[in-house]
Design a protein around this ligand. Sequence first.
Ligand SMILES: *Cc1c(COP(=O)(O)O)cnc(C)c1O
Length: 367
Amino acid sequence: MLAGLAFKRKWQNKMKSLGKPCDKPNIVTGANVQVCWEKFARYFEVELKEVKLRDGYYVMDPEKAVEMVDENTICVAAILGSTLNGEFEDVKTLNNLLMKKNQETGWDTPIHVDAASGGFIAPFLYPELEWDFRLPLVKSINVSGHKYGLVYAGIGWAIWRNKEDLPEELIFHINYLGADQPTFTLNFSKGSSQVIAQYYQLIRLGYEGYKNIMENCQDNAMVLKAGLEKTGRFNIVSKDNGVPLVAFSLKDNRRHTEFEVSDVLRRFGWIVPAYTMPPDAQHVTVLRVVIREDFSRTLAERLVLDIQKVLHELDMLPARVSDKMAATEEHARNGIVVKKTDIEVQREITTAWMKFVSDKKKTNGVC
Ligand SMILES: *Cc1c(COP(=O)(O)O)cnc(C)c1O
């Protein structure tokens, strides 16, 4: 949001100095953008121009993005590690194509890299990949400390290439806390625990520590991927060199859908989201498992086993009947069709878990 705001202000200042209108800013992204960019666009009144996805290609096509750029484009936002399938967008090609367009038109459209997840992956697993300030048009980058920075939720940051890329007029200087404190935020007082936790992780782990953890995450992602492939039932939609996650869809979802797999997996204690892809790939549904530091190899193996159990269970059910067990579907009771409420579904899950725990207690006195 802050990076977007800086681009908007910079663009407005430039247009004003050229005596041109500055009331119709736009930003170019892929349709796979994370919701924060939609929020930025809506709150700060910037038109969001999205490059559509297509079958088998789930990130922003750099060529199409550059085609969409016009004089009112404040920046092109590329994603390093798409939320949907973890794939890195090709920032280098985007940079080269945009340099060419800027040369031809005289504009100076910049690039922002949303490296919320990938910012802590690429430097450790793919150090030679050029996606950052090595590319001249990349003016700002954001990273989430609470993702692969390994800190609890609530910390993230944006960095700018140069002082000039962040208009000075957006920065407030306060002096009532004992010293000059420059601030550029959307909120006011905020706890510093996450900053301290991040500082601790950085000095405790260092480059080697982060590298080891990221390699381990990647290895475990590959174990999970191999296990899923072995079932013969899934197409893998994520890439091997991206964020350590596995996104996958059913090869055949005519009898049972990915949403049903997700629902039944909840009964085994797994919350694996299922979602449809954005336009024009909305007919594709995927399940996604993000592998973090605490997702061990044992857990990866157990998830594969549980997914096999779920598939087996679904295979035993007639097509779509299991839909009726799902939260929002119709359910026959006493011959009358009634809709299950969320609370009923929740109670059912709680009961299943209580039974699971009490069955365990019967066989095993150890907690
Ligand atoms: C998580 C995410 C964000 C939002 O970052 P927060 O630190 O959670 O605010 C933005 N973009 C992408 C690609 C993300 O994955």
